[in-house]
Design a protein around this ligand. Sequence first.
Ligand code: MRU
Length: 361
Amino acid sequence: MTAPKGNGVEEWFTIRWVSGRVEMLDQRELPNEERYLSLTEVDEVAVAIEELAIRGAPAIGCAAAMGVALGAWRSDAREVAALVGEIESQVIPRLRRTRPTAVNLFWALDRMRETMTRLAGAPGASADSLREGLLAEAETILEDDKAICREIGQAGLDLVPDGSRVLTHCNAGALATGGYGTALGVVRAAVESGRDVRVLADETRPLFQGARLTAWELSRDSIPVEVCTDNMAGYLMQQGEVDLVVVGADRIAANGDVANKIGTYALAVLAHAHSIPFYVAAPLSTIDLQIADGAGIPIEIRGRDEVARVGGRTLLPDTVGVRQPAFDVTPASLVTAIVTEKGLVKPPCPEAIAALFQPES
Ligand code: MRU
């Protein structure tokens, strides 16, 4: 087997900046078509996030940062103050409205705002130096994210012994990050270290991120993967076919409660019932110390059609409503460990989580 790439450098990429444009793989079209969007307007980036052309918490953060850089590049403002005003009043608010649960979105926008404030106040600052600086920051966020995913992979290596059968949910892979992935980064690191690892991907209703995306990117790396429907997980665990569960996260509260794709909580309960370890892999940018516990995490409610229609066909009578929470919250008590770039923490663990943010001495 060739070493898994997972960052798409040679074959494909999640998102990048090219000559004043933001390019991203349109994840709505996978696995049938590998089509790239080439975006030149902030609103196009916002719509791409809203419509899940790009999705997954860290990738949403990268897209938002690129969106701010794009806003600066598209602006006609000649004065620093005018450019800052435009970014503050139009660009950042538009991007903030796209998706509410993944905290990486707000983390990236706050970081871009801080950079803008610092650069705008620097001696000799010009509108052009601000544009250059914002683009450099967006590219740093993207490159850092790829590197952090590899660190997460190394931190989680010992959790995946040779011969492991790993169940995952949604897509927490290269497609959901700058590259390499969080949950799938742990899988990739184990494979790169020579271990035999097989992945079971929950298809992940309603939008099939597991079937369409996880299966696609793992098969591109020749990592063994099979897809099961979400309601098969309990049976497969009961049959002894799952050794561990690894998922990503959209937001982790200060106490270790984890918001992730709807269905994650049910998997955690099942894993607990079968004494199977349940791991959450996420960068520090997914941890929200401002929110004490999972009850405070905003849960995105998405549109009816995502549940009511599949593959162009309507599945239920027009008069019948649907429920469509896009995420759920897994209590910290059901999480065996959170795998971060700074190592593992074992919930419930507010002190251990807070310690991750202390500067290294
Ligand atoms: O609605 P999505 O596809 O953006 O949801 C994505 C997830 O829930 C992922 O598991 C999460 O963002 C972790 S990505 C590394």
